[in-house]
Ligand binder design. Sequence first.
Ligand code: CA
Length: 257
Amino acid sequence: MEAVAGSPLAAASTFLRAHFLPLAATRRTILLVEDEDSITAPLSEALSREGFEPVIAGTAAEALELAASRSPDLVLLDLGLPDGSGLDVCRELRSRSTVPIIMVTARGEETDRIVGLEVGADDYVVKPFSAREVVARIRAVLRRTAAPPPTPLGEVVELGDVRVDRARRSATLAGEQLELSRKEFDLLQLLVDNAGTVVKRERLIDEVWDTNWFGSTKTLDVHVSALRKKLGDDPSTPRYIHTVRGVGFRFAGQDEL
Ligand code: CA
């Protein structure tokens, strides 16, 4: 028996397909590693409401097990667990995957935060927090760590006098070869690929240095300043690489050059 087109059944099924299947297909799994029900209960409720699929682990052992079996899209990791430290869980997770990790620390435990970021966490939240705050942070980290969409860019990008050849890994300024280090080239490539828009510091560091941001934020500035010098940019009135204070850098778009 078929659903007759135009019948309430057909309409309902069209509605369901249009509205629920895409949602179900993109529900992202968040692994909550926390032993306190008073925290996990409201949080997992908030996550479900926001379209995520929460999975709860109450111990370090369970966290590693569920991380392997459920391949979560993000891990929210409490540092105080009954059978060990969240830092060890973080280290272990990092050794086997690039899953984004937000760690949860107690107020004032700055050392934990520093160590956590050093062993590979992407961000942290401090207890006590609201479910809303955590959900916002989860979204931000997921956005930041998402694979960049494939850009239909050619092998060569030309902006003003700057010409970057991806395949040859070479760049010229007004026809003159630029002598760039590997990192400087990668940095330039990422900036010109996103010309006209801000590239966040975290993303630059993630993609160019392939490490957590904590140790490297100075390194980024040093490389940007070297790159500017080679492009003949005056840092106070740059033509090419603009600083967006507190956020990142923006390579001038075609229309500005
Ligand atoms: Ca705890």
